[in-house]
Design a protein around this ligand. Structure first.
Ligand code: PMP
Length: 383
């Protein structure tokens, strides 16, 4: 049967597609090192595992209200009040199967086909893919070193600005002054914002501040997304939530009802426990050491520049002096060295590669990075 016009022109997400390819190679017995996405080698926090045990001992795991169990929503509202200084009430919380679902639903209820959405690049591929699925018009703008009034005033008129803070893949964390400029611009222009704070707990330097940590966030139209995937190493649990003005939560609930109904009750219990588990200090220290190890290994390479990221599970390498065709670079690296990285093209910026460095053990990390160095040196010396 023919595919619908809508889906026929869409492609699978570059990130999940690459990861799927690696999985298929592994299933065929290939020893592939996968840096293409960031899957933590950590387990979920112990309190999450306890919450699941406790949930399993309940006589029932019922359907909950579509937006989430009322007690879970109250616990998540308490988390954002306490940790993010967002004055939110339980009816402003919507529990979803990960931030991706929350993003889709937020864009669906905030914009109509043809509306413009501004996205800074490099960007998480799902922002653009979701806009395209919804027939919105993504406009990609270079991520500036600093967001200020001049930059904001140069942006085209748009319905929504998507912000990723902390940022995948650069690790940039927005400062209070930048957030205040964004809030003032939103007020001036009526543009709404979706802020993805999925990496809020993975901060190495400085501190994370929410755009919605202000009394008029509902009036400005800020939707904030949270995910347990990265902050608590719970990628496969599919646990996330949105903080949005109550009328948007109600609209997202209308959309979610016929698709998935509520997120699974067991996952809701696990997620609330995760978001109450505090700072993942041991995990962060492990990531910091891995980050530093890779930076030491690549330091001084004439063909790659890699800045030390202030947050997150990725390193973003500029190899534009070697090649702008980083799809080809990544394909060759995978074919010849069995190491997968994410080419910058997938994130809107050719000439870069992204390395997710939190999977597997340190010896594998070292081996994979040494393979990249060997390959790059080869190309560099042949040039
Ligand atoms: N936002 C961004 C920018 C991400 O990179 C990720 C993880 N890849 C997520 C959100 C997590 O999404 P989910 O909760 O659907 O796993």
């Amino acid at each position: 049967m023919d595919l619908s016009r809508r889906i026929a022109r869409s492609k699978p997400l570059a990130t999940t597609a690459m990861h799927g390819r690696v999985d298929a190679m592994k299933a065929c017995g290939d020893d592939v090192i996968d840096f293409s996405i960031a899957i933590s080698h950590f387990q979920a926090p112990p309190t999450v595992l306890d919450a699941v045990q406790h949930g399993l001992a309940q006589p029932y795991l019922p359907y909950t209200a579509v937006a989430g169990d009322s007690q879970i929503r109250a616990r998540l509202a308490a988390k954002v009040v306490k940790e993010n200084a967002i004055p939110a009430r339980p009816e402003e919380i919507l529990v979803t199967n990960g931030a991706k679902q929350a993003l889709y639903q937020a864009l669906y209820v905030m914009a109509d086909p043809g509306d413009t959405v501004i996205i800074f690049k490099p960007h998480w591929p799902a922002y653009v893919a979701t806009c395209e699925l919804l027939e919105l018009k993504p406009v990609l703008v270079d991520l500036p070193l600093e967001i200020n009034d001049t930059l904001l005033d140069s942006l085209p008129p748009a319905r929504i600005l998507i912000i990723n803070n902390p940022h995948n893949p650069t690790g940039a964390v927005l400062k209070q002054q930048e957030l205040d400029c964004i809030a003032a611009w939103m007020k001036r222009t009526g543009t709404r914002a979706i802020v993805d704070e999925s990496y809020e707990k993975l901060i190495f330097d400085g501190s994370h501040i929410s755009l919605a940590a202000r009394g008029n966030w509902q009036e400005l139209g800020i939707v904030t997304l949270y995910s347990a995937s990265q902050s608590y190493a719970m990628m496969g649990w599919r646990a996330g939530f949105a903080v949005a003005p109550a009328h948007l939560v109600a609209a997202m609930e209308t959309l979610q009802g016929p698709i998935t109904a509520a997120a699974p009750m067991l996952m809701q219990l696990a997620m609330a426990a995760a978001f109450e588990s505090g700072e993942p200090d041991a995990m962060l220290e492990d990531y910091r050491q891995r980050r530093n190890l890779v930076l030491d290994l690549v330091c001084g390479l004439p063909w790659m520049t890699m800045h030390c990221p202030a947050s997150g599970p990725y390193l973003w390498g500029d190899i534009s002096s070697l090649t702008m065709d980083t799809i080809h670079f990544s394909e060759q690296l995978l074919a010849e060295y069995a190491v997968a990285v994410m080419p910058g093209e997938a994130l809107g910026v050719p000439g870069y590669i992204r390395i997710g460095y939190i999977s597997d053990d340190v010896a594998t990390l070292r081996r994979g990075v040494q393979a990249i160095i060997h390959f790059g040196n080869r190309l560099h010396n042949a040039a």
